[in-house]
Design a protein around this ligand. Structure first.
Ligand code: HGY
Ligand code: MN
Ligand code: MN
Length: 413
């Protein structure tokens, strides 16, 4: 089935969505439940209503856009991604899977396709960890990985819980209803930019994700003595910054010495207190993002990092705490979906490349409740989470075409 993707309209919609941002263009910052997030959601919902689709939102703001099939009682085929963006990010991470999913549905309708299984597009709430420290909040709760007690333990920088923040944003339904049972969906497929350079370097337009790497997040707090920068002699110091710096260096060497290129660890936040020119830093707060495609290696990195915190802080006589916010297993993608992607790509004469996703996505958690797959498209130099993130309209069009064909195939299964 040939699908006529309206590339110009999709590019314009992606550009419009990017204007709902706290940061000036070309950067995009769109944090959970902020004015910009809610405006972007309203814009997206307007497009879905224009396309004649049915909308529902759950208690966290996960938004479900359904094209009812001829057999509406069968578990639907789902697609979707996120529109929230970390500070000073780009305009394609997540949004290609949301607006591209809508365009795939519009193209299928235009082609006169009639789905047997309903097709449901999902805008997931809070894929990024910015506000509450843990990513994929919406899909974690949908898949049962995070329950309402776990949700209540999370706090943002103002001490608000997700429950308080979502009510302020106008989502007041019952949190217990967010959870979806296994089998609720027949399958889930997410279209996303690759966020690495392989597809572009190999000049292959479609990536078939076979597995999604295992992410973990640690919070480390260090407390020393602080004091006067001129008066405290070096041997007497308990300098939290220098202790944190030694730990950060050790974190880097832990990831460099596992023997695998698939091991990564990042200190993304490093706050010091009191931040005064002539005061010895007394406190440090740092976050560590640890990932690997292999769960065992990821877990040994986490253990090695914790050991380093205890050893280095003890040597320097500081107090240290380590909190593990999440330590998720990797996900394998379903053969049925990679095969459907291969067939669809061949139909359009497009080469494919099987690959692992080093970034996590809502697909990591949807894989807990249904057969799940991801379709990647190239992005310039593999850059992401930066304002210069870019994907060519023709690459986005090819990804949407393959997505549409995969959704059609699965909805007839
Ligand atoms: O961090 C990630 O992998 C995703 O972009 N949230
Ligand atoms: Mn991201
Ligand atoms: Mn993403």
């Amino acid at each position: 089935m040939n699908l006529d993707i309206n590339q110009a309209r999709l590019s314009a919609e992606l550009a419009k969505l990017a204007t709902f941002s706290e940061a000036p263009a070309p950067a995009v910052t769109r944090i959970l439940y902020t004015k910009q997030d809610l405006e972007a959601r309203a814009y997206f919902k307007g497009l879905c209503l224009e396309a004649g689709l049915e909308l529902r939102e759950d208690a966290l703001g996960n938004t479900f856009v359904r094209w009812t099939g001829s057999d509406p009682d069968l578990p639907a085929v789902a697609t979707g991604s996120h529109i929230d963006a970390i500070p000073h990010a780009g305009m394609y991470d997540g949004t290609v899977g949301v607006l591209g999913g809508l365009e795939a549905i519009r193209a299928l309708k235009l082609a006169g396709f009639k789905p047997k299984r309903s097709i449901e597009l999902i805008l997931f709430t809070a894929e990024e960890p910015t506000r509450f420290g843990v990513g994929c909040l919406g899909s974690r709760v949908m898949s049962g990985v995070l329950d309402t007690n776990g949700l209540a333990k999370l706090k943002d920088s103002e001490g608000k819980t997700p429950d308080e923040a979502r009510q302020e944003a106008g989502f007041s339904d019952n949190l217990a209803d967010v959870r979806l049972t296994e089998g609720f969906y027949y399958a889930f497929v997410e279209l996303h930019i690759e966020q690495m350079p392989q597809l572009e370097q190999k000049n292959i337009p479609i990536g078939m994700v076979t597995a999604i790497a295992a992410p973990a997040t640690l919070h480390i707090a260090l407390e020393g003595a602080g004091g006067h920068a001129g008066a405290v002699l070096m041997p007497e110091r308990k300098d939290a910054l220098v202790c944190g710096a030694e730990i950060a260096q050790t974190i880097e060497s832990v990831a460099l010495t596992t023997g695998s290129i698939d091991s990564v660890a990042t200190v993304g936040i490093f706050d010091i207190h009191p931040r005064a020119v002539n005061s010895i830093p007394s406190k440090v707060f740092m976050t560590v993002d640890v990932r690997d495609t292999d769960l065992g290696r990821r877990d040994s990195m986490v253990e090695a990092i914790k050991d380093a915190v205890w050893t280095i802080s003890a040597e320097r006589k500081l107090k240290a705490t380590v909190e593990t916010l999440n330590a998720d297993p990797p996900a394998s993608c379903a053969r049925e979906i990679t095969e459907a992607t291969e067939l669809a790509s061949r139909e359009f004469g497009l080469r494919t490349l099987p690959m692992v996703s080093r970034a996590y996505h809502d697909a990591l958690f949807m894989a807990r409740i249904c057969p799940t797959g991801m379709i990647f498209i190239p992005c310039k130099d593999g850059v992401s989470h930066r304002p210069d993130e870019y994907s060519k309209p023709e690459d986005i069009e090819r990804g949407v075409k393959v997505l549409g064909s995969v959704l059609a195939r699965l909805s007839q299964a």
